[in-house]
Design a protein around this ligand. Structure first.
Ligand code: PEP
Ligand code: MN
Length: 337
C-alpha cells in the first residue's frame, strides 16, 4: 500500500501518516516525486483498509500496489531514479559506459586498461577482485590486493570503481575500496548478501541471475531497497536458454519491460550475454537503442591471454572504435554518451 500525499501537505501531515503506520506495526519508506511525498507501507497488510489512511489530513490518495516489489515499482515512484556515483549520474540522459577487465590480474594490466577505457570515454571502471568461477581450479581473483589496485587505478584516472562482492562477510572490505558493489548473476538470489549490500548504503549493480525472471530480479532489488538503500542499478546480462551457440541469450525485451515496471536504472552487459567479442558491438548498439541507461563491457589489453573471459573481451582498439559508434546510436535516441 502506498500513501501519496498532496502537494500542499505539511511535514506534520507526513509525520502523522508515518506515526499511524508505525502504530499499526508497519514500516514506512518515504520518497519524493516532484516534491510530493510518497509513503510506502511495508509489513503485514492483511486486513488493512485504505480508509485507515485515505481520510488523514494531507493525503491525496492511497494506492493498492498489487506488485510485491513495492519500492522498486513505478507505482512508488513515477520518475526515474538517478544513481549518483561521484560525478557520474546513472539513469538520467547520459548513457553510462562501465568498462574494464573481467578480473584484475596485475597492476600493469589493470592500469593499462583503466587508462585506455578512460581515454575512450568510459565513465566507470569495472574489474573483479573476487571472482566466482565455474571451476574451483580457475583463477578466482587477487582478493584485497585486487581491490587496492582498483583504488590506485581510480586515483590515476578519476574513474569510480565497480567490483563484485560475493559474500556478506566481504561487504565491509569491498566497500572500503569500491564505489559500486556488484552482485553477480550467481548471487542474485543470495538473500543474506542482498541484505548486507542493502545495509551498506553503497550503490549496487545487481545482475540478473542466468535462470531468473524479470520479476525475481525486481524482488531481489526490493531486498536492497528495503534497507533504505535507493542506489540500485539493474543489469541484464543474458539468460540461459536452449541456444548453445552463444554463452547466454541477451534478453533485450527486459530493457523496455523494466523501464515500464521500475524506476531503477537498467544496464546491459553484452559481454556475458553473448560470450563472444565479435557479437558485442551489435548487441551494445541494440541495448542503447532499446533504452538502456548504460553498458557493462569487458575490455582487456590482450584478450587471448586474459585469465578469465578473454573470448568475450574487447581489446583497447575495438573498445575505442565501438565507443564512436555508440555515440551515434545514443544521439539517434536523444541520449548523450
Ligand atoms: C562479471 O561481471 O565478470 C561476472 C562474473 O558476471 P556475471 O555475474 O553476470 O556472470
Ligand atoms: Mn567476466
Amino acid at each position: 500500500m502506498i500513501v501519496v500525499m498532496r502537494n500542499d501537505a505539511t511535514q506534520q501531515d507526513v509525520e502523522y501518516v508515518i506515526f499511524r503506520a508505525h502504530s499499526l506495526g508497519l514500516e514506512t519508506h518515504i520518497s519524493r516525486d516532484s516534491g510530493q511525498a510518497i509513503i510506502g507501507l511495508l509489513g503485514d497488510l492483511r486486513g488493512l483498509e485504505p480508509a485507515a489512511f485515505s481520510g488523514l489530513r494531507g493525503v491525496d490518495r492511497v494506492v493498492l500496489s498489487e506488485r510485491p516489489f513495492r519500492l522498486a515499482s513505478r507505482d512508488f515512484r513515477s520518475r526515474p531514479t538517478i544513481v549518483t556515483i561521484g560525478e557520474v549520474a546513472v539513469g538520467g540522459n547520459e548513457v553510462v559506459i562501465i568498462a574494464g577487465p573481467c578480473a584484475v590480474e596485475s597492476r600493469e594490466q589493470l592500469l593499462d586498461t583503466a587508462h585506455a577505457v578512460k581515454q575512450a570515454g568510459a565513465r566507470l571502471l569495472r574489474g573483479g577482485a573476487f571472482k566466482p568461477r565455474t571451476s574451483p581450479y580457475s583463477f578466482d581473483g587477487l582478493g584485497e590486493e585486487g581491490l587496492r589496485l582498483l583504488a590506485e587505478a581510480r586515483a590515476q584516472t578519476g574513474l569510480p570503481v565497480v567490483t563484485e562482492v560475493m559474500s556478506p562477510d566481504q561487504v565491509s572490505v569491498v566497500s572500503q575500496y569500491a564505489d559500486v558493489l556488484q552482485v553477480g548473476a550467481r548471487n542474485m538470489l543470495n538473500y543474506s548478501l542482498l541484505h548486507a549490500v542493502g545495509a551498506s548504503g553503497k550503490p549496487v549493480l545487481l545482475k540478473r541471475g542466468m535462470m531468473s525472471t524479470v520479476f525475481e530480479l525486481l524482488m531481489s532489488a526490493e531486498y536492497i531497497l528495503s534497507h533504505g538503500n535507493r542506489n540500485v542499478m539493474l543489469c541484464e546480462r543474458g539468460i540461459r536458454t536452449f541456444e548453445t551457440a552463444t554463452r547466454n541469450t541477451l534478453d533485450l525485451n527486459a530493457v523496455p519491460l523494466l523501464r515500464e515496471m521500475t524506476h531503477l536504472p537498467v544496464i546491459v552487459d553484452p559481454s556475458h550475454a553473448t560470450g563472444k567479442a565479435s557479437l558485442v558491438p551489435a548487441t551494445s548498439k541494440g541495448a542503447i537503442a532499446a533504452g538502456a541507461d548504460g553498458l557493462l563491457l569487458e575490455v582487456h589489453r590482450d584478450p587471448e591471454n586474459a585469465f578469465s573471459d578473454g573470448y568475450q573481451s574487447l581489446d583497447h582498439e575495438a573498445f575505442s572504435n565501438l565507443m564512436k559508434d555508440l555515440r551515434r546510436v545514443a544521439d539517434a535516441v536523444d541520449r548523450q554518451l
